[in-house]
Design a protein around this ligand. Structure first.
Ligand code: BTN
Length: 228
């Protein structure tokens, strides 16, 4: 890894995309604060000091939505290292005890590069209006954690899962299924133009979610899931 530490930036994903063309695979951008952190679907991502806001440049040959699972599995493992039990909320959030602790945003340009952005709530305060839906590592461990140590563990697990993704994507997806806690549950999925309610049966090898809706099988490629 080649790590670039920044005090403040608009978004580590934006920064990483700017340098991706001329930077080697494994270049990591970490910022203490982001002034306009971004989430999926153009939403904003609150990024005050104390959280881990990072993006890594990858060059896997093609951009693939399954790269988000590399990030999600790595986060689940980091949390495990600190004694926190978590699961993947398809497609790319990590949740602890009914609350979101991390989000993942993969962006890229065709076959040239992919930027895998991870936002992990570590010591940052959770705003009052998000307390019902979001949590942090500090909240679960009961004390502040050294961010460098969390980053080091995250990069360790990212490296491992990225290798699995490249060499044995079937094993990556098997692990994703094991860690996805919505399987078997009735969920509501908000897609771009529609809302589907059904029972989540499986995460398929291409990363899509298989639902049973009134006796029929439906495949969902992307969407926001809530548990009914
Ligand atoms: C989501 O849950 O919608 C995804 C959130 C992704 C946030 C991270 S923080 C580091 C990187 N830089 C950004 O602007 N976003 C990602």
């Amino acid at each position: 890894w080649k790590i670039i530490h920044l005090e403040e930036v608009d978004s580590t994903n934006e920064y990483a995309k700017k340098i991706a063309g001329t930077s080697p695979e494994g270049t990591v951008v970490v910022a203490k604060r982001q002034s306009s952190g971004r989430g999926r679907k153009g939403r904003s991502w609150a990024s005050p000091e104390g959280g881990l806001w990072m993006s890594v440049v990858l060059k896997p040959g093609k951009i693939d939505p399954r790269l988000a699972f590399v990030g999600a599995l790595a986060v689940v493992d980091v949390l495990g290292d600190f004694g926190i039990n978590s699961g993947i909320k398809w497609p790319n959030d990590v949740w602890v005890g009914g609350r979101k602790i991390a989000g993942i945003l993969v962006e890229g340009r065709g076959s040239e590069y992919a930027v895998l952005g991870i936002g992990l709530n570590v010591n940052n305060p959770i705003p009052e209006e998000l307390k019902e839906s979001a949590t942090s590592m500090m909240h679960h461990v009961g004390r502040g954690l050294p961010l460098e140590k969390v980053l080091e563990r995250l990069l360790f697990h990212l490296g491992g899962w990225y290798r699995v993704y490249l060499e044995r994507p079937d094993l990556l997806m098997a692990k994703v299924r094991e860690r996805t806690f919505i399987l078997g549950k009735t969920v509501r999925v908000v897609e771009e133009h529609s809302v589907i309610t059904g029972r989540a049966l499986d995460v398929l090898d291409d990363g899509s979610l298989l639902l049973e809706v009134g006796g029929e099988l439906r495949r969902v490629i992307y969407g926001d899931v809530s548990i009914r």
